[in-house]
Design a protein around this ligand. Sequence first.
Ligand code: 5AD
Ligand code: SF4
Length: 459
Amino acid sequence: MKRKLYIKTYGCQMNVYDTERMAELMAPDGFVVTEEPSDADLVVLNTCHIREKAAEKVYSDIGRMRALKDRRARAGKDMMIAVAGCVAQAEGEEIIRRAPVVDMVVGPQTYHRLPVMVRETTRRRAAGERVRLVETEFTIEEKFARLQRPSDKKGPAAFVTVQEGCDKFCTFCVVPYTRGAEFSRPVAQVVAETERLVRQGVVEITLLGQNVNAFHGEGPDGKVWSLARLIRRLAEIDGLARIRYTTSHPRDMDDDLIAVHAEVETCMPYLHLPIQSGSDRVLAAMNRRHKVDDYRRIIDRLREKRPDLALSGDFIVGFPGETDADFQATMDLVRAVGYAQAYSFKYSARPGTPAAEEADQVGDEVKAERLAALQALLAEQQLAFNRATVGRRLPVLLEKPGRRAGQLVGRSPYMQAVHVMVGNEADAAIGAIVEVAITAAGPHSLEGDIVRASDRPAA
Ligand code: 5AD
Ligand code: SF4
């Protein structure tokens, strides 16, 4: 019997990857994905714990699901509710105490057990028993060994998780607690997954990891491979046209990886390299274990090798003890580096992290003011970066239909969204890389005309 599965994804790209894997894991048990929670026999909330707002949203969504569940119950239908992801890991049984309607809590390193948990819950409920299951151990190796392989990948760009967890312990961050210690998948597993995706028509992969450039997976030769070596190996796969990776830590940006940006043609000229703050004092308090100057030198070396590299980053404003001068140092750094795109956040105190215990927390008004100033500067830089591509010809991977009839949306090598109108170019279809003359730029996207269709057949 077919049953319906609704998964809501919060937070980062690793959760997007996990959501796809959970859907694949449930498919053999007859679950088909629905976009409509009121239809669902099973609802999974794949949650994020990184900032308070994201974590609190989960509880209001559980409330909404409870209303849908009640409505279904009146029609004689059941609904199971599972909380997955990093809130599940951080709060465990507490979720069930706070929201007794939840049936299952499953952490990011245990979700391969979801089918078994759902089967057990279904069976015991049919026998009239009220059960609640909580699984939050760190069984990451087992998880990757058990994941189903992508069977019907839609679209030409895909994520491949290669590394998870973090040993850095920045004092503001929950990741080392929710995702656990650093773990790298074996090279052979990553290569096999990528080859399978390419056979299904994928032409671009993004290697994912909380600390992706700390990758140290076991190679087929029994030796430890770095991310640079992994990228060089993946670049040999025929048909794989673009490789990206995210998120990187400045301390793990080694010379070989910098060289990859110059030497590996399919490694895209875009790098997300968060620094968080432009003040050495704040960086030390954050336990980042690098200085502003170290970061600047890395950027210089990268730009020497790859002058057109587009840079992205993350910034936190209002970290405990951050003064106006510290904040101005962040603004100065942003001005000096020049970002193509970046994310910025107000510091959010997370339970169990050292910075949350600091006495000198910054008030919300100050945080809001600083965030507005930083975001205005970053928006200006993003627009300037986009405008500088007007008049250039860029290869664009066409990814999906646009809003208007006949329009397709793709990505430039620099991660910019590019809108094009498709006429009668035979090869200008989703999955093709076409050459586009950029004619206009806005804050979030570009427009252009296809000047040459693909030499690579569409998927
Ligand atoms: N408060 C605000 N931002 C945070 N980040 C991580 N933890 C916090 C926090 N407690 C941001 C960092 C990180 C990104 C993924 O989220 O900038 O790089
Ligand atoms: Fe969190 Fe720092 Fe690890 Fe990034 S490097 S996941 S910010 S602890």
